[in-house]
Write a protein that binds this ligand. Structure first.
Ligand SMILES: [Zn+2]
Ligand SMILES: [Zn+2]
Ligand SMILES: [Zn+2]
Length: 358
């Protein structure tokens, strides 16, 4: 995530903010430019909001401003912003628990959309094209819901927003990491699979690295839940769940790719540098310890070289606060190779769709 500044007073402001904490100016996010705008209400039209750095347009807040605490701007009063408009189903107004979880899921989804936009990946809405991207955000209050993806439809069990339930499932499934944003990043990985592997050569390389995604899924699922992950799974897979089926390995790896790119962008925006700990000379960490995050591309090796020292420091900071590791994963060589392939295909697809960030 990038950091933003209030265009009126220069205060540091954040992606989710609706007002500047220093000068109280209204803030709203504009998807077209992916910028947080500082707004005024024009005297002639006090119901509308206009960016201080006028772009000739006036805006109102997204219709989900209360329901989903959405701070995005739209042109037409009563309409939904691009992110909210991708949601087809949401909990009913008589389900307060579901609605609270819905707001949390929408917040994570806006962050996901921002990153996809930054990476330049195409996002085609189900409103534009059959099979386009659509979200069903469902409360499992009345009937069971399974989080997953099929033909452009991402279904999210909103009970995952409930911290207690999420931790319980994390323990049951022996997963070290489970968040709403993590789920969305995993499912969007399934969504992008056919898009990133549309070229036959790309598909061949992905099958060589991850396995054949046409392998029987139900058989794999049953084997995974009966036998658990294979011995020494971390030597080839980013998570235990990734061992279940080639499709899940792809989605887990894709989710990690998004974790890494977003967190590195955040670190770079805040000018975070990790120079490595002071240790005795014999114990000094091996070379490549300096982490200077930047968005400059030097292939995926450059990102990994930046990422690893940063995660060591972030995990150590979390432990000092008595929290679990921020990034409880080990990226073995074969996992780094898979991440590198995802990176290459993301860059290629972004270049082809012509939406890459400047
Ligand atoms: Zn301000
Ligand atoms: Zn919205
Ligand atoms: Zn999956």
């Amino acid at each position: 995530m990038r950091t933003f500044a209030c265009h009126r007073c220069g205060q540091l402001v954040f992606f989710d903010n609706t007002a500047c904490l220093n000068c109280r100016a209204d803030l709203g996010f504009l998807w077209d430019t992916r910028e947080l705008q500082t707004l005024t209400a024009p005297v002639a039209a006090p119901d509308l909001l206009a960016p201080i750095e006028a772009d000739g347009n006036t805006y109102v807040r997204c219709h989900n401003v209360s329901a989903a605490a959405c701070n995005w701007l739209v042109r037409d009063p009563g309409s939904l912003c691009f992110s909210c408009s991708l949601t087809r189903t949401r909990p009913g107004d008589d389900d307060p628990g579901g609605l609270a979880a819905f707001a949390e899921a929408e917040s994570a989804k806006r962050r996901l959309m921002f990153e996809l936009g930054e990476l330049g990946l195409p996002i085609v809405s189900f409103r534009e094209q059959a099979g386009g991207l659509v979200f069903d955000l469902l409360s499992s209050r009345d009937a069971p819901v399974t989080t997953g993806h099929a033909h452009g439809v991402i279904t999210l069990d909103l009970a995952e927003s409930d911290e207690v339930r999420r931790v319980q499932r994390r323990e049951q499934l022996q997963e070290a990491y489970r968040t709403v944003l993590g789920h969305l990043r995993h499912e969007i990985g399934h969504y992008y699979f056919p898009i990133l592997t549309a070229d036959p050569t790309a598909l061949e390389r992905v099958r060589a690295a991850f396995g054949d995604e046409r392998a029987d899924y139900n058989e794999a699922l049953e084997r995974h839940y009966q036998q658990g992950p294979p011995y020494a799974w971390a030597e080839r897979h980013v998570s235990a769940y990734a061992t279940m089926h080639p499709s899940e390995d792809w989605a887990e790896t894709f989710a990690h790719y998004l974790h890494i790119r977003d967190t590195l962008q955040t670190a770079a925006s805040h000018r975070v540098q990790v120079l490595g700990p002071e240790t005795g000379s014999r114990l000094r960490p091996a070379g490549n310890f300096v982490s200077i995050p930047g968005s400059s591309s030097g292939g995926f090796d450059h990102y990994i070289a930046t990422w690893l020292p940063l995660t060591y420091a972030l995990n150590a900071l979390n432990r000092s606060m008595g929290r679990d590791d921020l990034y409880p994963f080990v990226l073995a060589g074969p996992v780094q190779d898979k991440l590198g392939l995802v990176h290459e295909l993301v860059e290629r697809t972004a270049a082809q769709s012509g939406r890459a960030a400047a």
